[in-house]
Design a protein around this ligand. Structure first.
Ligand code: ZN
Ligand code: ZN
Length: 346
């Protein structure tokens, strides 16, 4: 099969012909029909993820068709259209048994712990626990855009952030994660403030549901601005970018008993940011993480997509070919444009 391969961290990836994957006993092989471009792939390529063994094939936001299934797979057969969360649970550990596959102790991640989906085929472990069937009407490109950023935002807003109708939600950073969160929080009836450095992204945030926007490049005190708009602070706030300053602002702009959810990755020098712990205590703030979403929780999200409350297809950006993927991957270190880039030609 053809695949995007890098032999060394930070060196230009190339298109190579490599052996087709085989399914594990409980796993499947999926013919990739669409795979999203994500900043996590860029972090992996740069060597920021210690799970990666070289040479490596990146890619973890995928949708496609099952073409082979291991002998222990009972729920899936060839020809089925599927997607999969980026954190693949083992189905057997304590966390999986308690329904928290997204933090499985033995999780595998395509494109990190194993070869990923910037390729014609990808192998996925523990298929019975992790595959998600696609509705007939859903395009592969839309389905691929769900796997990482959209589901992480869904869990961050609904399950971790516990946002309820009428609450104020502040979303710091309007890339793929942030825009997904704005759409989801608006759909469940929250009042959403979008915060970013560019007016273009803020205009788009308003189109998909934000009731207020703050351009952080033109606002000397973002925390004060959020508190003014919300009459005292956000009930829930999210750092969708992953930067010490957005993380700090997201905690500092909360009202009493507010919830901060960290979704933007904090790696390298950013891994230990400052936290206003005085406020965390005095205001009884909650600080939460959010790491993907379990396959069984997709159903609620899929119903909101089916009824038109959520429109993830609006977040699909440029469609490119596998040949264009190496250059696009290397460019992910810069600021993202609007929408999630997706490889749709292999
Ligand atoms: Zn597990
Ligand atoms: Zn991703």
């Amino acid at each position: 099969m053809r695949a995007v391969v890098f032999e060394k961290f930070g060196e230009v990836p190339t298109i190579q012909t490599v052996p087709d994957p085989e399914p594990a006993l409980g796993g499947v092989v999926i013919k990739v029909e669409a795979t999203g471009l994500c900043r996590s792939d860029w972090h992996g390529w740069m060597g920021h993820d210690d799970g990666i063994r070289l040479p490596h094939v990146p890619g973890h936001e995928l949708a496609g068709v099952v073409v082979a299934a291991g002998s222990q797979v009972t729920r899936w057969k060839t020809g089925e259209r599927v997607t999969v969360p980026f954190a693949v649970g083992c189905g057997r550990c304590f966390e999986c048994s308690s329904g928290n596959h997204q933090v499985c102790e033995h999780q595998t991640q395509p494109g990190f712990t194993a070869w990923g989906s910037f390729a014609e085929y990808v192998a996925i472990d523990h298929a019975d626990t992790n595959l998600v069937r696609l509705p007939d009407e859903m395009e592969f490109a839309t389905a691929a855009s769900l796997g990482c950023r959209f589901v992480t935002s869904f869990r961050a807003i609904v399950d971790q952030g516990r946002v309820t109708p009428g609450e104020w939600v502040a979303v710091h950073g309007c890339g793929g994660v942030g825009l997904s969160a704005i759409m989801i929080a608006s759909a469940i009836g929250a009042n959403v403030i979008a915060i970013d450095l560019t007016d273009e992204k803020l205009d788009f945030a308003s189109k998909i549901g934000a009731v207020a926007t703050i351009n952080a490049a033109k606002t000397p005190n973002v925390v004060k601005a959020v508190k003014q708009i919300t009459n005292g602070g956000a009930h829930m706030s999210m750092d969708a970018l992953g930067h010490p300053s957005t993380s700090f602002n997201s905690i500092a702009n909360l009202r009493r008993r507010g919830r901060h959810v960290q979704v933007g990755l904090m790696l390298g020098d950013h891994a230990r940011p400052q936290v206003p712990m005085d406020k965390v205590i005095a205001f009884e703030l909650e600080i939460l993480g959010s790491h993907g979403m379990q396959a069984y929780r997709y159903q609620a999200m899929m119903e909101m997509i089916r009824t038109g409350k959520l429109k993830p297809e609006l977040l699909v950006g440029k469609r490119i070919s596998l040949d264009e993927a190496p250059a696009a991957l290397m460019a992910m270190g810069g600021f993202e444009g609007i929408g999630i880039g997706v490889v749709t030609k292999f």
